[in-house]
Design a protein around this ligand. Structure first.
Ligand code: NAD
Length: 295
């Protein structure tokens, strides 16, 4: 298996996943820069700094030690794009919106080092469509790397090649994921929502359907789909709050948008109560309120 020399990583997006991926990287001894949009007022790195402070309060803890929390370099796209030039790997983990991801790839293009590997943590948007927004020279070094939440604890990482990804790059990245980050890698094709979330959407929508059909409460369903199934901390609706209700709705929408012929197509819709929570900003744990008022 080939090896890549990955000493410094940039993570783009300091949200639920990006911040925790950055924490996992520094825990593994990898120099990490964490980017987000510039904050509108005050500290330009305010979004990243707030995310880093929030990580310390998460349970299970994303850091091996609190002192590591300060070792991630905060950055923003307005001031620090040149920091990307020293990175061997760039992991994109911004919101699950293709238009925003394509804009960002165009913006960072001139700052990607000639040897750097670029990977998207998308839950299931087209890796080939993203590759098309990148320079032809970058495409052989681009692929999807889908971590699961929480990335420190979830063992699985899906690796999704685009049509031009170089085999040696995939092997090198796989080796890094396994040896340095302790992941188990499964290769997935570039199909909507890959493997885990393709199955996951059916599972969550089915639970939501039965919750409504049987008039059950969220707590009751969580009791049935959590500890009883060997998932002591993460049952269906608590997990939805941890994932983010908006992100989950985007993942469902990917199937609605891309699988018009699927016999279950009419089923691919976030329920009205979820859409109402999203509309009022109750996005789950990251917003401090979601399905459960305190998450
Ligand atoms: P999030 O909503 O927590 O964070 C998204 C981040 O993107 C925010 O920090 C925000 O400031 C930034 N952002 C918003 N608009 C932007 C723009 N136009 N340009 C650049 N940055 C912008 O999202 P998340 O849950 O961390 O998800 C990030 C990615 O990881 C998504 O592709 C998602 O599908 C994927 N993912 C999420 C989970 C999960 O459980 N939440 C799991 C696996 C993969």
């Amino acid at each position: 298996m080939s090896h890549l020399r990955i000493r410094k990583v940039a993570v783009l997006g300091a949200g639920v996943m990006g911040a925790q991926i950055a924490a996992h990287l520094v825990n593994a001894g990898v120099d990490t820069v964490l980017f987000d949009l510039p904050a509108k007022e005050g500290d330009p790195n305010g979004i990243v700094n707030k995310a880093l402070a929030g990580l310390l309060k998460l349970s299970p803890a994303p850091y091996a030690s609190k002192s590591l929390a300060g070792s991630i370099t905060p950055a923003n796209y307005g001031q620090h794009l040149e920091l990307l030039e020293g990175c061997d790997l760039i992991i994109e983990a911004i919101a699950e919106r293709m238009d925003w991801k394509l804009d960002l790839y165009k913006k960072i293009g001139p700052h990607i080092a000639p040897h750097a590997v670029v990977a998207s943590n998308t839950s299931g948007l087209s890796i080939n469509a993203m590759a098309d927004a990148l320079d032809a020279k970058v495409q052989p070094r681009f692929c999807g790397v889908h971590f699961f939440n929480p990335p420190r604890y979830m063992h699985l990482a899906e690796l999704i090649p685009c049509k031009n990804t170089d085999k040696a790059v995939l092997e090198g990245l796989e080796s890094f994921l396994v040896s340095t980050l302790g992941k188990g890698v499964v290769y997935a094709k570039d199909t909507p929502n890959f493997i885990g979330n393709r199955i996951g959407v059916f599972s969550i929508l089915s639970v939501i359907h039965h919750t409504q059909a049987f008039g059950l409460g969220f707590d009751e369903v969580d009791a049935l789909t959590g500890p009883l199934l060997g998932r002591p901390k993460s049952a269906t609706f608590r997990t939805s709050d941890v994932v983010g209700l908006d992100t989950m709705a985007h993942v469902i929408k990917t199937m609605a948008d891309t699988l018009p012929e699927d016999p279950w197509h009419g089923y691919f819709q976030a329920p009205a109560w979820q859409q109402a929570l999203i509309a009022k900003g109750a996005l789950g744990q990251k917003a401090g309120a979601g399905i459960f008022r305190k998450v």
